[in-house]
Write a protein that binds this ligand. Sequence first.
Ligand SMILES: NC(=O)C1=CN([C@@H]2O[C@H](COP(=O)(O)OP(=O)(O)OC[C@H]3O[C@@H](n4cnc5c(N)ncnc54)[C@H](OP(=O)(O)O)[C@@H]3O)[C@@H](O)[C@H]2O)C=CC1
Ligand SMILES: CC(C)(CO)C(=O)C(=O)O
Length: 340
Amino acid sequence: MTGVAQRDPSPARICVAGAGAIGLVLAARLAMAGNAVTVVARGSTLAALRAEGIVLGDREGSRLVPVLAASKPEWQPQDVVILAAKAQDLPAIAALARPAIGPATMVVPAVNGIPWWYFEGTGGADDGRVIEAVDPGGRLQALLPAAQLVGTATYITSERTAPNAALTFNPLRMTVGPVTPAARSGAARVAGLLQSAGIATQLVDDIRTAVWAKVIRNLSTNPLSVVAGATLREIFADPLLAPLARATIEEARAVAAAYGATVSMDADEVVKLGDVRTSMLQDYERGRPLELAAIGDAVVELARHKGMGMAHTCDILALARFRMAKAQALAGNPPPLPQP
Ligand SMILES: NC(=O)C1=CN([C@@H]2O[C@H](COP(=O)(O)OP(=O)(O)OC[C@H]3O[C@@H](n4cnc5c(N)ncnc54)[C@H](OP(=O)(O)O)[C@@H]3O)[C@@H](O)[C@H]2O)C=CC1
Ligand SMILES: CC(C)(CO)C(=O)C(=O)O
């Protein structure tokens, strides 16, 4: 099944829960392709979506895309529910979107980091194991049916420029695959919808290896982008930052390998993305919580489970936490002491 997804132009009912940088791009592209898209949003975002729709700027130009917007879905179950929030907001947004999930709905978290579902249906001693860093107490595991999950790795670089506006200037790419064999045909349908929406989509059997590849990219760039205030290009082009990023890559690759995933990462490809500010740097600059648990702590948790250390990674995560705490203290908003 692994390969470029077949386009699927038959329209679907799609809920995109989370109207940020990624949710706006996905919702707009899927609506432009003829799907019935409802966006779950709140506050000024909800108001702007209702008044104007989505303002999408991408390589094809800038346009206004009308969508339905709601504070919570009260309609019939959807064909697809996309969860597009920061990992730490997933339990809240998943609970909000739950009424839109029927027995045939495919649930697609478009979220960075090690996903809570990583050990769902894997067999062996770890089958169903909860990753405490991303799903303390197994709340997400209990809320979202594993058989309906489609995993993703999102290679879209996007910045939110207004409550209802997103700007993305690199090619739109995603990888999707079933979390368990029961989701195989659903994953193919989701991949086809994305492909028809102009998002170059790879459909893979082994979504866990694809997730590792993306996590390694995020772990080596996102926290460091906060520590140094650097863009993706700067990280790998800078003689001081590049070795730090590479040390993190090697530590994370070793952990991935311990879980059976062989991953390589081409730093030149990342440099080519240009002066992209990672989603974590965007959050830092807006004083928002950082996604360090899913992108960092979860990998360290998995490493420890195999008796492995990640010295460089832990240092960079600590520095990113310090920088965030310091910025919040300077802004007169001291956070609770950050916990690793
Ligand atoms: N931005 C990027 O370039 C990339 C991001 N990613 C990943 O994609 C995921 C989404 O990131 P991104 O789009 O950047 O994040 P954003 O912070 O831009 O968007 C998240 C959205 O979720 C909304 N949200 C959160 N909780 C709730 C809630 N309870 N009810 C309603 N809305 C809620 C937020 O609303 P509000 O604004 O009101 O808080 C916000 O609009 C993350 O895991 C990120 O790491 C992956 C690839 C690239
Ligand atoms: C931009 C990108 C793709 C980093 O590699 C990303 O995932 C993020 O910003 O979180």
